[in-house]
Design a protein around this ligand. Structure first.
Ligand code: 26V
Length: 818
């Protein structure tokens, strides 16, 4: 962020900000400027910025009440926010003012801003999407609340020791969190366990009473989220679990100090740590406790707000839209029914109509291992009343089907809320589907696959329910903040209105793609970012990389379906080709990887080790003359993504077709002018439609071909290996320990498995990928064409703004926009 503002900021505003920072430093942080360390300054600046947020926050909240506006509630177990200082300053229009003010105080904002800990309250795409959505909802001026958990520990910190991933506890709250407001007065009791009794009242109606055995407190913490130009400031409300104090005190007074403390620890464990797997480890009790805890607190909170304003519950769908981010909050269907029927006395039918009209569900994955189901026994023990409600929903549902003369056993079995095959389990996907008026996928292809695979039978029964909302990203963070110099160049070309409506004005950049002078400046800006990244790589890994090489980037969670392994096979093939022809001049490449593997995901961790083994071998090989390097940057997070994406030339989006629901980093790269090498999967399909296939490198099997091959069960890679001498040689080298001389058999099983099964079509797609990478190298050698395509990627990325996505949700699902 080194470019100078076009007009210097107003001197009075600069002085006011400076005084505010000094006052915060003195009276809130309690430090003398003479003795303040960098972190004290960070805190003082954040608190000063927060004051500006609060004024607009209150104004927006007051207006929402006064105008009786419908509110949107976004329920998500993950919000992957990253840092907030730049976001807030930039959206409030305070960035230049703050920079000047701090300059006067001899404090460097660039250095200070890196002291903020990333709020890593999410695993990957789903959590980051929730954060982009919060920003876009504020930008569009919606009255929206995010609800989630205030995890004490976010996603684990990754270190690489001897090429292997090690996990360390993440501690973002160690130095406090200047953005949040604790709300001790906003607290709800959440019950667990116990039993249900029924009683008949004087009107002869049977009522159910849940006598829970354990009560846990949910305490609210609010973080204001500012939209662009501070138009609206919304609330992200995160719940922290605390032991119920009376309960705890009773035991303490009775002399059971140890028991009381253990009770407290058990209660607080609910908000202790984010579940760090994004597909496995489902089905654990603590996870279900987390889900119910935050759903119950959020629903009680929003019902209280609704009742205070409207006096009765049945008008809820008129004034509230609740979006469920995946099935993680799907227990909301049963909890809302419980609150309406048991607590607010609504008859079942009317409660059901109200529930369905209020809730909507977004699906984010079709991977079978990530679809949540809970053992009936666990549900009965932890949430007995909810289990009854689920049975009742299921019974009404099946009755309704029979009434429509649908008796087919396979159909009834497929659409049931209870899976009977491997121990009885509750299917949260089906529960969310039935309890919602809208069920959406996150890209065109993914939505089609929802209709034709996992939800095919439910779709046939409710053909209007499934709809598509292709994901998007917030340009404020992923362009303006991460790439201010590129932003300045775009604004210079298309005018300042670009900042307010990039969706419309980015396309004006198209005309500049044919201008050599513009392409030159675009490329020069990229080179600057590559230099900065090269410096970061040097600092963190002591590896020197050539800023003029092609930066080929693959950053995301490590998963077999995302096929980092395919990229590694290509790296080895390139290495072998270079060694075979040492005199040839090759296109210099740097392969850049980053990503975390779930701690229990053995295969993913082995892929990390392989990447590091290959890196060690090729980075030290003098015959390559630096033409090929591989770097694995540890601890991938939002801040690292912000440093890498603007420096990328090539974006790797190479998942097995049909398995990546959308992808969102694909959009961030394109917006910043990187070219994509990718399969026709997720949102890549729509990117190819809008950007043009000729400005991307599309390769490989389609989702339909993958499905056909799976049906034909021709899984083995033997034919692929027999057909490709190149692939054969790569696999043999890895298998025989060329990259693992210290343990030659380290990858034997990995390679043997790949050849025997090739579950993710890595071998099947290898030759097509190699050919696409050849096209990349050829294209790179005609820089005029490359940079023309790069500019067009930026110019045509406008549709992938999360403002577009959110306006579709707002109009078509939530009914909060015209
Ligand atoms: C599942 C589970 C299972 C239990 C343990 C914890 C846990 C955490 C997350 C998940 C679901 C992960 C689904 C997900 O992240 N999907 C991604 O969503 C992105 C936003 O829509 C999309 O771009 C990615 O393609 C998709 O993989």
């Amino acid at each position: 962020m080194s470019d100078a503002p076009a007009t210097p900021p107003d001197a009075a505003e600069v002085a006011a900000f400076r005084d505010k920072v000094l006052a915060k430093l003195t009276y809130s942080v309690g430090k003398d400027p003479e003795h303040a360390v960098d972190h004290d300054w960070f805190e003082a600046i954040a608190l000063a910025t927060r004051d500006h947020l609060v004024d607009r926050w209150m104004a927006h909240t007051r207006a929402t009440y006064a105008q009786q506006r419908k509110r949107v509630y976004y329920l998500s177990l993950e919000f992957l926010i990253g840092r907030l200082l730049l976001d807030s300053l930039s959206n409030l229009g305070l960035l230049d003012i703050a920079r000047s003010a701090l300059h006067d105080l001899d404090v460097d904002l660039e250095r200070i801003r890196t002291l903020e800990a990333d709020a890593a309250l999410g695993n990957g795409g789903l959590g980051r999407l929730a954060a982009c959505f919060m920003e876009s909802m504020a930008t569009l001026g919606l009255a929206a609340h995010g609800y989630g958990i205030r995890y004490e520990h976010g996603l684990f910190r990754q270190t690489i020791v001897d090429g292997r991933q090690m996990e360390q506890t993440e501690t973002w709250l160690d130095f406090g969190n200047p953005w949040e407001f604790e709300r001790p007065e906003t607290s709800y009791l959440i019950g667990f366990g116990g039993s249900v009794s029924s009683a008949t009242n004087s009107d002869g109606e049977v009522r159910q009473f849940w006598h829970w055995a354990e009560g846990i407190r949910a305490n609210a913490y609010d973080t204001p989220i500012a939209g662009w130009r501070g138009k609206a400031v919304n609330t992200l409300r995160l719940w922290r679990a605390r032991a119920e104090s009376d309960f705890h005190l009773e035991r303490f007074n009775a002399g059971d100090h140890i028991g009381a403390v253990a009770e407290e620890a058990r209660a607080e464990s609910i908000s202790r740590v984010l579940y760090p797997a994004d597909s496995t480890e489902a089905g654990q009790e603590l996870r279900l406790r987390q889900e119910y805890f935050f759903v119950s607190a959020s629903l009680q909170d929003l019902l209280r707000r609704h009742l205070k304003q409207h006096g009765e519950v049945e008008s809820l769908p008129q004034y509230a839209a609740i979006q469920l981010n995946d099935t993680h909050p799907a227990i909301a269907v049963a909890e809302l029914m419980r609150l309406l029927v048991d607590v607010h006395d609504l008859p079942w039918e009317r409660a059901w109509t109200t529930t369905v009209a209020t809730l909507a569900y977004t699906n984010h994955t079709l991977l079978p291992e990530a679809l949540e189901t809970w053992p009936v026994g666990l549900m009965e023990r932890l949430l007995p009343r909810h289990m009854q409600i689920i049975y009742l929903i299921n019974a009404y549902h099946i009755d309704a089907l029979r009434a429509r003369d649908l008796h087919d056993f396979d159909l009834l079995r497929a659409v049931s809320l209870i899976e009977e095959d491997n121990g009885r389990r509750v299917r949260m996907g089906n529960l969310a589907f039935l309890g919602s008026h809208s069920v959406n996928g996150v890209s065109g292809l993914h939505t089609e696959l929802m209709r034709s695979t996992v939800f095919s039978q439910l779709h046939a029964l409710y053909p209007e329910r499934i709809n598509n909302k292709t994901n998007g990203i917030t340009f404020r963070r992923w362009l303006y903040q991460t790439n201010p110099a590129l932003t300045a160049l775009l604004v210079e070309a298309a005018g300042p209105q670009l900042l307010d409506d990039p969706q419309q004005y980015l396309s004006a950049i198209e005309a500049f793609a044919n201008k050599a002078s513009f392409r030159k400046r675009f490329a020069a800006q990229r080179r600057q970012k590559k230099l900065e990244l090269a410096q970061l790589v040097e600092e963190r890994l002591a590896i020197s990389i050539n800023p003029d090489a092609l930066f080929d980037v693959h950053i995301k969670r490590i998963h077999e379906y995302k096929r980092q392994l395919l990229n590694l096979l290509h790296t080895v093939a390139l290495y072998q080709a270079m060694r075979a022809e040492p005199a040839t001049t090759w296109v210099p490449r740097v392969k850049i990887f980053a990503g975390k593997a779930a701690a229990s995901y053995h295969q993913a961790k082995l892929i990390i080790k392989l990447a590091n083994d290959i890196a060690r071998t090729i980075n030290a090989d003098p015959t390559l003359r630096g033409q090929l390097k591989l770097v694995f940057l540890p601890n991938y997070n939002v801040s690292l993504a912000e440093a890498i994406i603007p420096a990328a030339d090539l974006s790797e989006q190479i998942s097995t077709a049909g398995l990546e629901a959308s992808g969102t980093s694909n959009m961030k790269f394109a917006l910043n002018g990187a070219l994509t090498i990718g399969t026709l999967d997720g949102a890549n399909v729509e990117m190819a439609e809008r950007i043009g296939q000729e400005h991307m490198f599309i390769f490989g099997m389609t989702a339909a071909q993958v499905q056909a091959r799976k049906r034909a069960d021709a899984f083995s890679a033997q034919q692929s290996v027999a057909d490709s001498a190149r692939l054969h040689e790569v696999l043999q080298a890895i298998r025989n320990g060329v990259f693992s001389p210290d343990e030659p058999s380290r990858y034997t099983a990995l390679v043997d498995n790949l050849i025997a099964y090739d579950n993710f079509f890595v071998c099947a797609d290898f030759e097509a990928y190699w050919a696409a990478q050849q096209r990349v190298s050829d294209y790179w050698q005609t820089p005029d064409q490359w940079w023309r395509s790069a500019v067009l990627n930026t110019a045509r990325a406008g549709w992938f703004s999360s403002d577009r996505t959110i306006s579709e949700y707002a109009r078509e699902i939530w009914q909060v926009m015209d």
